[in-house]
Design a protein around this ligand. Sequence first.
Ligand code: TYM
Length: 340
Amino acid sequence: MSETKFTPRVFSGIQPSGGLTLGNYLGAIKRFVDMQNKGTFQTVYCMVDMHAITVWQDPARLRHNTRELAAGFIAAGLTPEKSILINQSQVPEHAQLAWIFNCVARMGWMGRMTQWKDKAGKDAEAASLGLFAYPALMAADILVYHATHVPVGEDQKQHLELTRDIAAKFNHDFGVDFFPMTEPVIEGAGMRVMSLRDGSKKMSKSDPSDASRINMTDDADAIAKKIRKAKTDPEPLPDTVAGLKDRPEARNLVNIYAALSDTTAEAVIAEHAGAQFGTFKPALADLAVARLAPISAEMSRLMADPAEIDRILARGAEQAREITAPILKKTYEIVGMVGA
Ligand code: TYM
């Protein structure tokens, strides 16, 4: 399929299911800002509240977390002048296209998703139907914009492959060339930020240990303390990146340093080869505080005026629907729905 017929357009989303972590920032938001500022793409960024409710969310917390996520987006450098910023449930075409995709995707595809297996755990019978169908809604989020590029962290790779499978099956079943083959954009040192307590687990807002993650709302003392206490090994930093093999915790701190300073692990190693963690950790803590404290301060300032956040999201939804309504209408026509 020719990719050129589609406008270069970026879509990505984050669940407002808890606070933002450094993993969300380095794996996603920071790269959203880069793609916005490149100027080669139209950019659409979304708080996926309908994905969040696939597991129980307290309504007042969900409302708060959605606004706080919007504040995080803006504080990190996304601007409503350059990007369309939306809350998923305010653009109904996402859910409408998701239903069509529920009928295109196969049960077996969904059952193979590792996130489903992890989240449903041993008691899949008790999981919500929404949790199972989650990837079809994600495909709809992306394809209802005919998005060509989706920046995400590595943990979303499988969902993006499924998005391509859904697009291909729809195009094939209906004999059209309508949905694009979206390109995942998974790159840079921040694509896989690991827990500070266990280098084999990803940093996650749902980890029971707060010491395992840096939250975007942590103050300077908390950030420094968590980095000081991060699990490491007794060896100094090696003089090549290859020397980080089998040292997951050391590699994680080097990658975090690289992502925060917009460079590569190679460059960090070149600068800090032979350093003990006693000197590397304070340098990393200073860097993290310098990068994150202004964002966290700006988030608090924005959260003092939730009505302004709501206005930005309402305007974003209007702009988004100019794109999504015609694409949904055309989809309904292709499927054979009367009145489309
Ligand atoms: P979510 O809310 O779990 O995470 C949002 C983004 O943050 C990235 N991320 C990480 N990156 C690196 N290291 C980590 N430790 C880390 N933790 C999280 C994720 O990869 C993601 O990019 N299903 C998605 C939300 C979604 C979506 C979409 C994304 C819904 N619709 C359409 C893209 C396009 C999710 O649960 O992300």
